[in-house]
Design a protein around this ligand. Structure first.
Ligand code: SF4
Ligand code: SF4
Ligand code: SF4
Length: 254
């Protein structure tokens, strides 16, 4: 099985919403007016400084979310999809802290909440199909295929129109490579993408990073405390998520 990938071509995107609609339909997600990703919105296009930036899980080659999950709720499939088993989730939300792209979301409004995120339409791609969002894009701003072919296409588009694109494929090397890669007309840092991620798989660094978050270490020690720990963790992570969203907004307005 060849590793798959999806190219997001930011300058081509017309913010038509077809990918968002297709994702909602495919995953039977409720319509809402979320301004960004949420437990019920796996992909969102937002206009940032005049550029249409579509976000979804990056499906990292070596996912940090998977490496920190204490109950193995995440799986990296041979096609490249990082899928999530809600039945295993115990609600610790380590994955939310570990993800360098701030992707996993939590069902705060549910009595028994779980994490949720894009699953790369695994049910479709495992049968040789393409993700619903890629199929729906009318202008090939989202293109799915074998990772090698997708990278080749990205290089061709950059080479064909050097005035339109900067010479950088985001996700080719970041965090050891991802299955969702981007091309852009401006440096990715200007669009809120983290630029301080290292070109090595994050699991090698995850605990180094998590150790920089004092609450995580403290709470890790409390893990055996069971329900009490989980209740406290919910409050801690709610604060962390708020801070994370604030930092993302700051990056985008810089
Ligand atoms: S982007 Fe985040 S949630 Fe998605 S695979 Fe990578 S670490 Fe996991
Ligand atoms: S790959 Fe599937 S789940 Fe992910 S954003 Fe596209 S349509 Fe939604
Ligand atoms: S369907 Fe294509 S052009 Fe429309 S918003 Fe999504 S990525 Fe952009």
């Amino acid at each position: 099985m060849k590793r798959k990938a999806m190219l997001i071509d930011i300058p081509r995107c017309e913010n038509c919403g077809a990918c968002e609609e297709a994702c909602k339909e495919q995953n039977k997600l409720p319509e809402n007016d979320d301004n960004g990703l949420s437990a019920y919105t796996y992909t969102k296009v937002r206009e940032i400084k005049g550029h249409n930036v579509r976000r979804l899980c990056m499906h990292c080659n070596d996912p940090a979310c998977l490496s920190v999950c204490p109950v193995n709720a995440f799986t990296k499939n041979p096609e490249g999809a990082v899928v999530y088993n809600a039945n295993r989730c115990m609600g610790c939300r380590y994955c939310m802290v570990a993800c360098p792209f701030g992707i996993p979301r939590f069902e705060w409004d549910r009595a028994n909440p779980k994490i949720s995120k894009c699953v790369f339409c695994f049910s479709r791609i495992s049968k040789g199909g393409q993700p619903a969002c890629a199929e729906a894009c009318p202008v090939e701003a989202t293109v799915f295929g074998d990772r090698d072919d997708v990278i080749k296409l990205a290089r061709e588009r950059i080479k064909a129109e050097p005035g339109k694109y900067i010479d950088h494929i985001y996700g080719l090397n970041e965090v050891g490579g991802t299955s969702v890669v981007y091309i852009s007309s401006v440096p990715f840092g200007q669009l809120g993408f983290p630029t301080n991620v290292e070109p090595v798989p994050l699991p090698q660094l995850t605990w180094k990073i998590l150790k920089q978050v004092p609450n995580v270490v403290t709470l890790g020690a409390l893990m055996l405390g069971g329900i009490y720990w989980i209740t406290r963790r919910r409050e801690e992570v709610a604060r962390f998520e708020e801070q994370q969203q604030k930092e993302q907004k700051e990056r985008e307005t810089r």
